[in-house]
Design a protein around this ligand. Sequence first.
Ligand code: MGD
Ligand code: MGD
Ligand code: SF4
Ligand code: MO
Length: 652
Amino acid sequence: MVNKIIREIRSLGKLIACPRDCYDTCIHEVGVLNNEMILLPSEIPYGIKVTCPRAARDIQRALSKNRVLYPYKAIDKRTSKFTRISWDDALDEISIRLKEVLNKYGPEKVLVLDYAGNMGLITRHFSQRLWYLLRAARTDYSICDSAGELGLKLHYGKTYGALISELYDSKLIVYWGFNPAITSVHNYHIARNRKIRKELSVIVIDPVRTETTKIADIWLRPRFGSDIYLALGAANYIIQKEYYNKEFIEEYTTGFNEFAKWVRKFDLALVSEKTKLRKQEIINFVETYVDLKPNLIFIGYGIQRKRGGINTVRSISLLPALIGEHRGFYYSNSDGLLLDKGLIRGTHLGEPSLIIPQAMISEYLERNKFKFIYIQLVNPLGTHPDPEKILNYFVREDVFVVVHETHWSDTAKHANIVLPATTYLEKDDFITGYWHNYLIWNKKIMEPQGESKNELDVQREIARRLGLDHKAIFEDPLEVIKNSLGESIFNKLMKKGYAEIPYLPKGRYQTYSKKIEFKSQMALELGLEEFPEPIDLFSDGGDLILVFRASFMHTHTQFEEIYGPVPKILYINSKDAEKRNIENGDKVLVVSDNNEVILIAKVTDNVPPGLLVAYKSAISVDGKRINVLIPGRVSNQKEPEINGIRVKVFKA
Ligand SMILES: Nc1nc2c(c(=O)[nH]1)N[C@H]1C(S)=C(S)[C@@H](COP(=O)(O)OP(=O)(O)OC[C@H]3O[C@@H](n4cnc5c(=O)[nH]c(N)nc54)[C@H](O)[C@@H]3O)O[C@H]1N2
Ligand SMILES: Nc1nc2c(c(=O)[nH]1)N[C@H]1C(S)=C(S)[C@@H](COP(=O)(O)OP(=O)(O)OC[C@H]3O[C@@H](n4cnc5c(=O)[nH]c(N)nc54)[C@H](O)[C@@H]3O)O[C@H]1N2
Ligand code: SF4
Ligand SMILES: [Mo]
């Protein structure tokens, strides 16, 4: 049977990259199975053929009933009643409303909401030029990983780190608040294969038992939010034991002596008290980290989407500097790629009239009274904090909402005008990601479904109707990208379909001192602490703490049309369940200070007492997205407060 299927798969000799917001940015071969097109994993650039359940059904998703195929106008946007209209009518109405708002209120009442639904250079970036030119208001893109990016910049200048080859060269990998078995499949499978061959040891640091902890040689379960103590305690231990690399520190770092003095207070007793880890566990971890070199720490994003997140990432990032590894971590490599995304986006065309925190749009919509809202590549009503409050604003009579979407997302269902967008399978684009340094020239493999159009064409149509003929909007994006890459890489890209793009050298630092700064000058300038001072997130006792995880079958809210809704499961420790008379499968009411939802309890010791885990973007038994529990809040250091909200749980 297996042989038969394999014989029927035919490769079409084309490559296409997945542009989703995901570490891997997989490159697939386009194949045919029983007369149907499929995406097959390729070995480029990771060296192993692995992909995820989303890629396996991506073509079906593009052809699913949930596609937006035509432009629609709302008859009643709250109850999602729409009528079909022509593209001309849709674009005319959008342009008239946009002109009215610009003339009457100015660009600060025009808000663009976008994110990484498709990371293509044309789809995501070039299509923003109109909005920069108009100086529309926008968000700071801080919902996902930007707090940690800032943390790394404070000590290293720019945020970038290990490339794939180093995953193959390392003797030890530390997955710190990172669950790659689910969120970065290549990373996990390379590590797993090498571990089976006894070439690699794995440490996982996560309070929760996850799919990734299965391959851990050492699994540390610090108390939620206490990682900063563990990292600073490890730094102190390395210094006290004189395990640090003196030559490296002399040549490549500044501020070591002061850091060594400052970090002394994080002794084993304090770290053990704060993390609830045994002293011996901490010692084993540090001794292994120091012994097995070269090594790499993969810093996940989950640990920084909360108060204290910046300093947590900072503290972890300083460990490689102590043991003499140049950027011995991976977090995000988008800063390391020598590609001028700002130029492609057109950030030079005009300053946004206003920038609001992405995690707080629920609050800022009310505060700033935006009149015209243009949304693409993001589904705020599914993924941003406090979607009920966002919805209440979107459905106001005096607010005009346009959503350009491939699918009927939560947000599309409540727009004034919905425009059908082509999926990445139906448009040409250049794809880069935030891990590997390959750029892929995606050529469409399907015709646009229904009347769907790409983002660039729509931008140009709106510009024309506004009477704008600025060269930046109408120039050929291929030329812009060619100029940005240089002729030789561009030609290679056109010929082979993919090319490596230049990457900043790892042994250099873009700080003021050109060295790794244990004591950060930039932090002082920004009014932050020069050393990563911890905060205690929670006092003991009282409420339970809710953290989020990803679903393997979904990317946030995508793929529900294929795999069903994101699971409504609440993982709860048996002790916490028992106290509340909750049994496996019970409906439970989860109450935060913002809202409440009903979920289904899964009683398990995979989560420690005091902690609860739910799927991000889950739809509750009572039909709400789980983010209704989260108030739109950012910390005083602007970290989005998403992970670790306090809740009460009752049997429903
Ligand atoms: N299948 C799938 N893959 C995805 C996505 C998806 O939606 N689905 N989304 C993509 C995107 S946009 C992102 S940002 C990434 C996110 O992917 P990851 O970086 O892996 O982040 P999370 O899934 O948020 O959290 C990872 C782990 O951090 C742990 N954690 C939470 N708080 C703490 C803490 O205080 N300390 C420690 N040590 N651990 C903690 C959680 O238990 C969890 O297991 O995944 C990407 N990949
Ligand atoms: N509670 C909680 N909330 C979270 C998180 C969490 O851990 N916990 N994680 C946060 C993180 S890390 C992130 S990154 C955000 C993600 O938040 P979002 O970016 O809103 O996530 P998605 O649901 O993937 O939405 C992307 C949308 O883009 C659309 N799209 C895809 N391709 C195209 C295209 O080519 N053209 C157009 N026009 N549209 C397209 C998809 O159909 C989809 O509706 O969620 C955040 N929200
Ligand atoms: S969602 Fe991620 S793992 Fe899946 S195909 Fe796309 S890039 Fe690869
Ligand atoms: Mo993200």
